[in-house]
Design a protein around this ligand. Structure first.
Ligand code: FAD
Length: 277
């Protein structure tokens, strides 16, 4: 059967059912701090006019044959989710910002890819609909390190769509030089002073001019910057395992939400007021 002329353009860049191999076209360091480095990887879409087409909040799934060896000598696939940091409407490519761990299976694999190599993608994988997030009057965004990526997606799109929701973010990092997308976040706060606020916290401040907090996130800091426990509030949390454990409890191994524990529980939030990415 003959395909209509527009058929090729109508094929979406990614599929939730089918793995698509996309080419790495650019790679650059985003941070040079004390923490493990975050690197930007740009992947090309099949067509230069295509958009990645990700609803907010959703992520992409990546797979690579780097798992345990099977009886036939082949290797099992390792799967990991990532949230692009490029605008969903950018054409022809999308960008991932990935923290490269010295013993990280997938981040090491991706970091060893050369420009021109491919990686398998599938998606989008829906996490929580933006319209459901924006049903609450005040949303708290609690991000640590590369856990920023889903929060950035939510904040930028809610503000772009002028949704009537207030957004307050705490972004925790090891040092100032480890903060990704700081210019972008500061510009958002400047452009939407009534709707979006950001408070930075670093483990160690390297200069006396540091205006954010220092140390780890505490209950006092949460009380100061997050919406209070209420059914009008929603707190989104995404960060490294130790931060998740301290703040909300981590998700369960089957990726379900699991019980709410940690500081948010102690402060009186309920499970319906917290979402772990
Ligand atoms: C919805 C969602 C979106 C995500 N988006 C991004 C993204 O945009 N960029 C990104 O870099 N990551 C993102 N992640 C995390 C990502 O999926 C992987 O967990 C991460 O890249 C580590 O995988 P790995 O195979 O390299 O490490 P693994 O082999 O799984 O772990 C190796 C070592 O790294 C440590 N480690 C693993 N994960 C973390 C962590 N988050 N913080 C601190 N130490 C850790 C472990 O303790 C272990 O010692 C996202 C996760 C979710 C759930």
């Amino acid at each position: 059967t003959q395909q209509p002329a527009h058929a090729a353009a109508a094929v979406s860049a990614l599929s939730p059912e089918e793995w698509r191999a996309l080419k790495l076209v650019h790679k650059e360091a985003l941070t040079k701090g004390i923490a493990n480095p975050t690197v930007l990887y740009r992947f090309a879409l099949a067509d230069k006019n295509q958009e990645v087409g990700l609803p907010v909040a959703s992520c992409l799934l990546v797979r690579a044959p780097i798992g345990s060896e099977k009886p036939d000598g082949s290797r099992a696939f390792v799967l990991r989710p990532y949230t692009p940091v490029s605008h969903p409407t950018e054409k022809g490519h999308f960008d991932l910002a990935i923290k490269v761990y010295p013993d990280g299976k997938m981040s090491q694999h991706i970091d060893k890819l050369k420009v021109g190599d491919t990686l398998d993608f599938k998606g989008p994988l829906m996490k929580m609909k933006l319209e459901d997030i924006a049903k609450r009057k005040h949303v708290g965004l609690l991000a640590g390190g590369s856990g920023l990526t889903p929060m950035l997606q939510v904040a930028e799109e809610a503000l772009r769509q002028k949704l009537p929701v207030k957004l307050s973010m705490i972004f925790a990092n090891v040092s100032e030089a480890d903060i990704i997308a700081k210019d972008r976040l500061d510009a958002l706060a400047k452009a939407h002073p009534k709707q979006f606020s950001i408070h930075y916290i670093v483990d160690k401040a390297s200069s006396s001019s540091w205006k954010g907090s220092t140390g780890y996130i505490t209950q006092d800091l949460l009380k100061q910057h997050m919406p209070p426990p209420s059914d009008d509030s929603l707190l989104l949390v995404c960060g490294p395992p130790p931060m998740m454990r301290a703040i909300s409890g981590d998700k369960l191994p089957d990726k379900s939400q699991g019980p709410l524990t940690g500081m948010l529980k102690d402060l009186g939030y309920t499970e319906s007021q917290v979402f772990k990415f």
